[in-house]
Write a new protein. Structure first.
Lengths: 124, 165
């Protein structure tokens, strides 16, 4: 896997988002603007990644792995912050911030797989 | 933990809370299992339901012939995760029992498949969710049912209270 700008940016966003949410949970805060924005940042990154992916592919950059698997991952990933947000705000407790914190971890793993597929690493 | 909210606020969760009817004690009202730490537990179950379903669909569609047994087991694991996610997020005695069954099945599955994949790698040439006790998924598949059973055990009184009525 080639470590490119997208992977670095995505890793930083996911890591910060998770740290902020876990931090808020530790100090017993219910989900607030800060943690919700932290999760929104992950979603924003994914949207940028989506648009960039469309342009990269339209511009002829080859996807070495299965193209539809890449898009499957990306479209699924886009739903995760939204779903977590919905699930978290139904209960205003510090546990909901841990739900939001799980977004960054999950998206990081999915980003790792997407980058593997794009660069043609053999799926595990 | 704000379990006290349970009576006032839980009513609008979209579950069939009416299943157990008016037999529940106030503290056991809708979605007891999905409160507090349960929210995180169910969220992680949801992620695994999604991951296992997607992986099973991919494996069955593209390389079923390579290892039919292993890939069918991924599909079974996916179904168990989906079912457990739904049942844990619902309330009532019936859903509690369904959850207990699903989470137990999950633990048996990960232990059986994990052991088989260590003892006989030829039988399981491919990675399933449960291969080598879920190593490919950071052993979360092994930890998750244990936490699930602990969480269900902690809420056993809810079931007992309902059973009496």
């Amino acid at each position: 896997m080639v470590v490119d700008g997208f992977f670095i940016a995505g890793t930083v966003v996911c890591l910060l988002s998770t740290l902020i949410c876990i931090g808020a949970a530790v100090i017993r805060q219910p989900p607030n603007d800060v943690t919700i924005l932290a999760v929104a940042a992950v979603e924003l990154f994914l949207l940028v990644y989506l648009v960039a992916g469309i342009f990269r592919q339209a511009g002829g950059e080859p996807v070495t792995g299965e193209v539809w698997e890449f898009w499957g991952y990306l479209l699924t990933a886009l739903m995760i912050p939204v779903g977590a947000f919905w699930w978290a705000i139904l209960e205003r407790s510090q546990w909901s911030n841990l739900v939001l914190g799980a977004v960054g971890v999950t998206i990081f793993v999915m980003l790792y797989r997407m980058e593997q597929i794009w660069d043609g690493a053999v799926p595990a | 933990m704000n379990r006290h909210d349970a009576t006032g606020e839980a009513a609008h969760t979209s579950d069939g809370a009416g299943v157990a009817g008016g037999t529940q004690e106030p503290g056991a009202s809708a979605g007891t299992l999905s409160r507090g730490p349960g929210r995180l537990l169910i969220a992680v179950y949801g992620v695994f339901a999604l991951a296992a379903t997607a992986r099973a669909a991919f494996q069955l569609a593209t390389k079923f012939d390579e290892a039919p047994l292993a890939y069918v087991l991924t599909a079974v694991a996916a179904l168990v995760y989906v079912f457990a996610t739904v049942s844990l997020s619902r309330s009532g005695v019936r859903w509690y029992r369904y959850s207990l069954a699903a989470v137990s099945l999950e633990l048996i599955g990960v232990l059986t498949v994990g052991t088989l994949s260590v003892v006989d790698p030829v039988l399981f040439p491919a990675d399933t969710v449960w291969s080598v006790y879920g190593r490919g998924y950071g052993f979360v598949p092994l930890i998750l049912p244990v936490l699930g059973l602990w969480w269900l055990y902690r809420h056993r009184a809810v079931t007992a209270a309902n059973r009496r009525t």
